[in-house]
Design a protein around this ligand. Structure first.
Ligand SMILES: Nc1ncnc2c1ncn2[C@@H]1O[C@H](COP(=O)(O)OP(=O)(O)OP(=O)(O)O)[C@@H](O)[C@H]1O
Length: 457
């Protein structure tokens, strides 16, 4: 059975982080001040939104001005093509059997969809990527054959839907030793031209959940993932091998503050769900940043569907680009510095890249690697669970001396959070142990299949 295996040549790659500042919108031009100063193509400053500060504040360093450095910084005049020029070599790795992830991260209305999807005059990174992939395939003068396929999904209120199916049901995530996290039942359509993907992208976008909010007239209420897979069949002296590259292009829904949006009912609930999964993503970015600075730290991928889908892109086998989008308006200061804080941490994240080479072999190595990873996760979760239980049992006695009502409130809230977290951990543990059990059975199966004498031997 063909299997995609990791060859010995693994490379460590650092997450590429770029910041893109959009222009002020017509509305903002009337009421807001521009507080983003792009110093050069790698450095950006966010000016203090409070212009009343005087000379004394400045020399006493009481200004809220902040400076950051990134791999690339794009000023409001830059087009999506300018951004794409710097990521195109990474994206084209997909034709050589590499996995690539590009995701836009930023608050609502900061320009994520504009960057990923774009407009007719300024096509976004999704459109530019698949155009260059097909150009590259056309230019290839080897005898290799290529097969390109595409899928498009959205995560809305923690439920996964297929954007290429007219009335898609709820889809589930599964862990697969060969392909990592997969979405069971997701439609994957074979495509022969960039125009066909554009057509599918437009169909998918018309099905995507968007709403008009106070912050953005067409605000995306779901996270969307467009995945393009390139299978490259190479015929060599010793038979054929298959390279399988995967490009994931992600347009996240925007984080927002309920107080700023005036949302209520379903919109408010959507917002809370969006924030929850983005918080889960931010927590993973934090943990991964810490992991690379200080050694091992548990990365809570299982806290949301979004983070499970992005797991490979954040730490596994993928070259990854994060485009942090920001608005230049002074009333967005809080959002902007928050986005830049996470983008700054993401610079620490490392991934481990290798070509996906399919050989006529068995799955044993894939399963063994997966079991090792899951076992690591199980013992980390057990430790966290024990810590939480310990915290729960000591808190009441520690705080018994304090009789104030406010303490009771704090305690009941903390206990509630703690219990919820324990439930989540227990669920994750149970799920992991089930997956582990299934993998062991599969491994035994494979072992006995290998042990059986082959026909003709
Ligand atoms: N580079 C740009 N040039 C011109 N207009 C832009 C640019 N980037 C964003 N805009 C405009 O800003 C507005 C908000 O952009 P967009 O919808 O892409 O934000 P978003 O981050 O995807 O928001 P949400 O998270 O709410 O979906 C839109 O009107 C869009 O056309």
């Amino acid at each position: 059975m063909p299997s995609i295996r990791a060859p010995a040549s693994r490379q460590t790659a650092t997450l590429q982080v770029a910041v893109k500042c959009r222009p002020l919108t017509d509305n903002e031009r009337r009421r807001s001040r521009h507080i983003i100063q792009v110093i050069d193509d790698k450095n950006v400053a966010v000016l203090d939104p409070d212009i009343s500060k005087g000379y004394l504040d400045l020399i006493q360093n009481r200004t809220k001005e902040k400076r950051y450095s990134f791999d690339h910084v794009y000023a409001p005049g830059c087009s999506n093509t300018d951004v794409y020029k710097n990521i195109s070599p990474t994206v084209l790795g997909v034709v050589q059997g590499l996995n690539v992830t590009v995701f836009a991260y930023g608050s609502t209305g900061s320009g994520k969809t504009y960057t990923m999807v774009g407009s007719r005059n300024d096509p976004g990174l999704m459109v530019l990527s698949f155009r260059t992939i097909f150009d590259q395939i056309k230019k290839d003068d080897s005898s290799d054959t290529f097969e390109v396929s595409c899928s498009y999904l959205e995560v809305y209120n923690e439920v996964i839907y297929d954007l290429l199916e007219k009335s898609s049901g709820h889809l589930e995530l599964r862990e697969d030793p060969e392909h990592g996290i997969i979405v069971a039942g997701l439609r994957r359509i074979k495509v022969h031209s960039a125009d066909k993907i554009l057509e599918l992208l437009n169909i998918g976008n018309s099905r995507r959940k968007t709403e008009s909010t106070e912050a953005n007239a067409t605000s995306s209420r779901s996270h969307a993932v467009l995945e393009i897979t390139v299978r490259r069949k190479q015929k060599g002296k010793y038979g054929s091998q298959v390279l399988r590259g995967k490009l994931a292009l992600v347009d996240l829904a925007g984080s927002e503050r309920a107080t700023e949006t005036n949302n209520f009912g379903q919109k408010l609930r959507d917002g809370a769900n969006i924030n929850r999964s983005l918080l889960a993503l931010a927590n993973c970015i934090n943990a991964l940043g810490k992991q690379n600075k200080k050694g091992l730290a548990y990365v809570p991928y299982r806290n949301s569907k979004l983070t499970r889908i992005l797991k490979d892109g954040l730490s596994g086998n993928s070259r990854t680009v994060m485009i942090a989008t920001i608005s230049p308006a002074d009333d967005q200061y809080h959002h902007t510095t928050n986005t830049l804080k996470y983008a700054d941490r993401a610079k620490e994240i490392k991934t481990h890249v290798h070509k996906n080479i399919g050989t006529i072999d068995n799955h044993v190595e894939d399963y063994q690697r997966m079991i090792e990873n899951l076992q690591g996760e199980v013992s980390q979760l057990k430790k966290e669970l024990a810590d939480k239980e310990h915290q729960l049992s000591v808190k009441p006695t520690e705080k018994a001396a304090d009789n104030e009502l406010s303490w009771l409130n704090v305690l009941s809230q903390e206990t509630g959070e703690n219990v919820q977290e324990r439930i989540n951990l227990q669920k994750a543990l149970f799920e992991l142990e089930e997956t582990n059990k299934r993998n062991r059975m599969e491994l035994q199966h494979l072992d006995s299949a290998i042990a059986r004498p082959q026909v003709g031997e």
